[in-house]
Design a protein around this ligand. Structure first.
Ligand code: PLP
Length: 402
């Protein structure tokens, strides 16, 4: 904002990797009179939402919709399938994997944590090697974050499935899709995932406060013998009530209305087009960053995220101070840094209802902020990103909407 002004003019550039900007259509869908959550109108809408969300997870099996943030769906995944003392294999890809592991420990699970330096995704070979050592097949679940929002590194879910199978291991496969779902490809059934954890506030373009568990028949079998206490997050009550379009408690009625609209918008664009748009915008951001001469936190291009890019600032430049400066001058918010890299990087989110012009605007604000903050960089990153987008638009690959 200009130095002496108390109101930042224009639209805020919300470039955090979720919650993402909520499109007007979704806002209008939420902005309606409250309806009876035990009435026929609600049941019809809830069934549409419950069927619609299956098309996003690409599953024919039940998807549970929680009135809770993603953290609640993490809990749902664990308590519905596991028992105290169970061993689970997790991978320290970053802040969110670490939080999920801490939650597992709070529930009395024995988490085995494959360590990384937070600059890479999950190496399937490490999963396979770990599982092969478990000759008594005691590990009950392998839990992986598909897209580690804190670092901008993604993990190859189909290859991890293959690794579990190659080790001949019966563990459940659980995947956190919170910042990948509806932005990059995710195929619950085809990829053989047992429990997926999802959130509404990223690719689904909704406000925060709603989350999901997609569950496989194997996960539903595990439910029958799991002994961790569960009440609010209990799958059985939900699945039974959902069959007739209701919930065991008062659901977030208006949020469900927004969800139906968000899903409709994704299908109008076509999921493959949505994924291609995210890939394109991510590549534009990376090209600008590379031109600036700054380092992308994710070390290996094969793990690059299509929804968020974490950018390291050179030694002597504090990333939190940089974010504050950019917010004050250019009305733009970036994601913060965590763990061993706290204060060292900032994150540009490029997911949800966004487009080329918005991302170019965000990159321009970033390039100006780098100059103002005195961060050494080579000017012209925005031009490089524009050149890339022009080329990408010259030969667009668009598939028909669903
Ligand atoms: N997992 C991932 C990958 C996330 O990005 C987040 C939040 O951003 C969470 C879990 C936690 O979700 P929530 O903050 O909605 O509880």
């Amino acid at each position: 904002m200009a130095q002496n002004s108390s109101r930042p003019a224009g639209r805020h550039f919300l470039q955090i990797p979720g919650p993402t900007p909520v499109p007007d259509r979704v806002l209008r869908a939420i902005d309606r009179p409250v309806i009876d959550h035990r009435g026929p109108e609600f049941a019809k809408m809830a069934k549409t939402a419950l069927e619609g969300i299956k098309t996003i997870f690409k599953t024919a099996n039940p998807v549970i919709i929680y009135t809770a943030t993603g953290t609640g769906a993490w809990e749902g995944a664990l308590v519905n399938t596991l028992s105290p003392g169970d061993r689970v294999l997790m991978v320290e890809t970053g802040q969110f994997a670490t939080l999920w592991k801490k939650m597992a420990e709070k529930f009395g699970l024995k988490a085995e944590f494959i360590q990384t330096d937070w600059r890479t995704g999950t190496d399937p070979a490490l999963i396979e090697a770990h599982l092969r050592k478990d000759t008594n097949k005691e590990i009950k679940a392998v839990c992986v974050v598909h897209n580690e929002t804190s670092t901008g590194c993604s993990s190859p879910i189909p290859a991890i499935r293959k690794a579990i199978d190659a080790a001949g291991h019966p563990a459940l496969f659980m995947v956190d899709t919170i910042s990948s779902l509806a932005s990059t490809d995710y195929r619950h059934d085809e990829w053989g995932v047992d429990v997926a954890v999802g959130g509404a506030q990223k690719g689904l373009m909704m406000p925060p406060g709603m989350s999901f568990n997609a569950v496989s028949p194997k996960a539903l079998e595990a439910y029958k013998t799991s002994k961790l206490p569960k009440s609010f997050f209990d799958w059985e009550d939900m699945i039974n009530m959902n069959k007739v379009g209701f919930f065991p408690y008062t659901p977030a009625t208006l949020m469900l209305s927004g969800l139906v609209e968000g899903i409709a918008m994704l299908h109008e664009e076509g999921l493959d087009n949505v994924f291609a748009r995210h890939d394109r915008l991510a590549e534009a951001v990376r090209r600008a960053v590379t031109h600036w001469g700054l380092e992308i936190l994710c070390r290996d291009p094969k793990y690059y995220s299509s929804t968020v890019t974490a950018i390291l600032l050179p030694e002597g430049h504090n990333a939190d101070a940089f974010r504050t400066l950019a917010l004050e001058h250019f009305n733009i918010s970036y994601g913060a840094s965590f763990g061993p890299y706290a204060g060292k990087y900032f994150r540009i989110g490029h997911l949800g209802d966004t487009n080329d012009a918005t991302i170019i605007g965000a990159l321009a604000a970033t390039e100006m902020a780098l100059s103002l903050a005195g961060v050494p960089h080579k000017k012209g990153g925005v031009q490089v990103a524009m050149d890339y987008l022009i080329t990408a638009h010259s030969a667009p690959v668009r598939v028909a909407a669903e």
